[in-house]
Each structure stands twice: as structure tokens, then as C-alpha cells.
Write a protein that binds this ligand. Structure first.
Ligand code: HEC
Length: 123
């Protein structure tokens, strides 16, 4: 073993501990990767196939300024909360009939995890 690498290793270990000690942004649940095929979710990103989901909690459905929504979504009275998001993720077409999000839905436990995660995405 080469001793010259020890200080670097010790530094990395200390950094990892320092990071662990601070509050970290919530990690996305593994299944959020499916959503990321169509959605950006960071403050500075624009729309993708679907609208950017950063700040979606508390927003009315179909209200991001830079995305061309279906009429179904634009006209929906839904305001996104942990509950309305979870219901939408379980069954998008039941929640907002006629919307154009091509996703068939997740089981309730997964949907809740993703919905709770989405609620943390805010400035
Ligand atoms: C195949 C692409 C695709 C996938 C996969 C997808 N979405 Fe979407 N999503 C869209 C599109 C397109 C819209 C806009 C629908 C419309 O205008 O009718 C949308 C809309 C939404 C909205 C409404 C946002 C708003 O501004 O009102 C939410 C919330 C959402 N998606 C969450 C998710 C989540 C969570 C997942 C993963 C479980 C997911 N989406 C997977 C394409 C996708």
C-alpha cells in the first residue's frame, strides 16, 4: 500500500462524516427515476416531455408557465398536495381524465413515497 494516499483517504472519510451530520435534501425514491424520463425536478431546469416538477406542491394543476398542457390538465381544479399527488400517481387518468401524461400508475405505497418527495421540491 502506498502511504501517500492515506491523508486523502482520511480527508474523504472526514468529509463524508461532515456531510452526514448536515441535513441533506431528501433523496428521491428509486421509482422516481421513471418520472425523470419525462420530468425535470430542479429549480433551474425547464420543461421536458412533461412540466418541471420543482415547486409543484401547492401549485394548481396545469399552471407552470412554460409548459403546453392538455386542456384537461389546465382546466382541472386540483391543487397539488401530498394527497392529490399520490392519487394522481396511482391513476393519472382517474385523477384528471383526458390528461396527456403517458404513465399507467404506481401502487399506493410507491405513489405516497413519490408524492411526499415531490412536496419537498421547493425553493
Ligand atoms: C411518458 C412521460 C411521462 C412520465 C413517465 C411521467 N410523466 Fe408526469 N407528466 C407528463 C406530461 C406530458 C404531463 C402534462 C400532462 C397534460 O398536460 O395533460 C405530466 C404532468 C404531470 C404532473 C402535473 C404537473 C403540473 O404542473 O400540474 C405531475 C404532478 C406529474 N406529471 C408527475 C409525474 C410523476 C410523479 C411521474 C412518475 C411516477 C410522472 N409524472 C411520470 C409526462 C410524464
Amino acid at each position: 500500500m502506498n502511504r501517500r494516499f492515506l491523508p486523502a483517504g482520511a480527508f474523504l472519510a472526514a468529509s463524508a462524516l461532515a456531510l452526514a451530520a448536515h441535513a441533506q435534501p431528501a433523496a428521491p425514491p428509486p421509482l422516481f427515476a421513471v418520472c425523470q424520463a419525462c420530468h425535470e425536478s430542479t429549480a433551474n431546469a425547464g420543461p421536458s416531455v412533461g412540466p418541471n416538477l420543482f415547486g409543484v406542491g401547492g401549485r394548481k394543476a396545469g399552471a407552470a408557465k412554460d409548459f403546453d398542457y392538455s386542456d384537461a390538465m389546465k382546466n382541472s381544479p386540483i391543487v397539488w398536495s401530498a394527497d392529490t399527488l399520490a392519487a394522481f400517481i396511482v391513476d393519472p387518468n382517474k385523477s384528471i381524465p383526458g390528461n396527456k401524461m403517458d404513465y399507467s400508475g404506481a401502487d399506493a405505497a410507491t405513489a405516497k413515497q413519490i408524492a411526499d418527495y415531490l412536496m419537498t421540491l421547493k425553493p
